[in-house]
Design a protein around this ligand. Structure first.
Ligand SMILES: *Cc1c(COP(=O)(O)O)cnc(C)c1O
Length: 469
């Protein structure tokens, strides 16, 4: 499989190089040159497979030529063996034909474990073979950081530096990062906000001199391997609900358009998906596009669902590429326009094409808490604020009551106690057994000023198993 850039000017790469790349050299994002397409018979034959075996069948075409079948099988069995629930991604029924796909049974209690547990192991495999070491730098508002650290903690070939905004992530989220100790794991609390952290990661990718030749790898959802891993659970859920002989709808709490883009790809690979609902919080740039063809940058509104607090959606460019007939130059021109004006819209027929599949809703904090309370009242089930937004959007935007509606349960409610408390239901979520002693564990973290040079000097000093590069 070869991968091409959404802006059409960068060289095509194989899977291994895409895994190790950040953005393409033309500023675009990598996508598969040709998407595999499965037949109805093939998909039907996968019913009942354990999660890792289904994962092998769905992802095999994407890694073909780079990772041998036997290695890939072993890696997948290990990856999904660490999940707490035997079903890996269990479905829980909320209402008539309405289901939550619980994607929070992994080590850090959010869906990002599905991709980052795999990414860490794939990196380890590829880097061992190449006899190479890399540095990972990432910025997190909470969930990505802990999932990336958990995914990479056992990788001998990786030093990982995760920046979070000092005192601006929840205590559970911070402890999930800072209590994982290892000479290759470095938590940095930046005296600034999430955007400051993100900017320093971007600047470090743009000018890598401070790394003295060591390669820098991205773990945010611009990395293709993350999207790839997320395609699998759409197949997993739909197969349990009657696919490929019945269509299924999904409602996806989304910020960077990563998770929902994976659902879009699952559909293009042959899964019968009749509707995809983009569920956002007040940071609703995606809803503005889907409802009115206006993709306009706004200011940031901090919310009770912080993992979706974004101003622009990095993976949206991957959808734009398809909407423009995979014409990289057209996408490049659009993105230039967006950079200059903070706005973009597409031609009417392209927007209509998007709307054939996608609906959307933006839900504010009040609506989020009301939905947590509503569902708790109906069923006793406790939603996290991100998943609650998905449920609300599913209930408002659903096209067919006859088809199953699956809401992606993106996090465990214990990660976001503030929203649950504000919902006023008197129930407090409990930490699952494997994290029961989280508040007793030792923490390790370095506080640094909001200063690129200071951060890069720190990476240079510790980037080789805690020693200077
Ligand atoms: C990251 C995250 C999201 C948003 O995912 P995208 O891929 O950015 O759309 C939603 N919910 C939770 C809990 C998350 O951690």
């Amino acid at each position: 499989m070869r991968y091409i850039s959404t802006r059409g000017q960068a060289p095509a790469l194989n899977f291994e190089d895409v895994l190790l790349a950040g953005l393409a050299s033309d500023g675009g994002l990598y996508v598969p040159e040709n998407l595999p397409r499965f037949t109805v018979e093939e998909i039907a034959s996968w019913a009942g497979l354990p999660y890792h075996e289904l994962a092998f069948r769905v992802m095999r075409p994407f890694v073909a030529g780079c990772i041998a079948d036997a290695d890939f099988k072993r890696i997948l069995e290990e990856t999904y063996g660490v999940f707490a629930h035997k079903a890996v991604a269990p479905l829980t029924q909320l209402g008539a034909n309405e289901w939550v796909l619980e994607l929070f049974q992994g080590p850090t209690l959010a869906f990002k474990d599905f991709a980052l547990q795999l990414l860490g192991r794939l990196l380890d495999h590829v880097l061992t073979r190449r006899n190479e070491r890399v540095v990972i730098m990432g910025a997190t508002s909470g969930d990505t950081g802990s999932a990336a650290i958990e995914g990479c903690k056992a990788c001998d070939n990786v030093d990982i530096f995760i920046m979070h905004p000092h005192n601006r992530v929840s205590e559970v989220q911070r402890r999930q990062m800072t209590t994982i100790l290892g000479e290759n794991i470095h938590n940095i609390a930046i005296e600034g906000n999430f955007d400051d952290c993100q900017e320093m990661v971007k600047a470090s990718f743009a000018d890598q001199g401070f790394l003295k030749g060591t390669r820098l790898v991205a773990v945010n959802s611009i990395n293709w391997a993350r999207i790839m891993a997320q395609i699998v659970y759409y197949f997993h859920a739909a197969l349990q609900l009657g696919a490929p002989h019945r269509s299924v709808a999904f409602s996806v709490p989304t910020g960077n358009f990563g998770d929902i883009f994976a659902g879009y790809l699952a559909r293009n690979m042959g899964l019968p998906v009749n509707q995809l609902i983009v569920a956002t919080n007040r940071n609703d740039i995606l809803h503005r596009f889907m409802s009115g063809n206006r993709y306009d940058k706004d200011t940031l509104h901090p919310s009770l669902s912080p993992s979706m607090d974004i101003m622009v959606s990095s993976n949206f460019e991957r959808l734009l590429f398809d909407l423009h007939g995979r014409n990289g130059l057209a996408v490049s021109a659009l993105m230039d326009e967006f950079k200059a004006t903070g706005k973009l819209s597409v031609e009417d027929d392209r927007w209509t094409e998007a709307r054939r599949l996608f609906d959307s809703l933006a839900v504010d904090d009040e609506g989020t808490c009301a939905t947590i309370a509503e569902v708790h009242g109906e069923t006793g089930y406790l939603l996290d604020p991100h998943t609650a937004i998905g449920v609300k959007a599913a209930r408002e935007c659903r096209r067919s009551l006859a088809l199953p509606m699956v809401i992606l349960g993106t996090a465990h409610p214990v990660k976001f106690p503030e929203a649950v408390e504000k919902a006023g239901i008197g129930a407090a979520p409990q930490l699952p057994a494997h994290l029961a002693d989280l508040f007793q564990r030792a923490e390790r973290c370095t506080v640094l000023p909001n200063d690129l040079k200071a951060v890069q000097a720190f990476v240079g000093q510790h980037g080789n198993r805690g020693k200077p590069l």
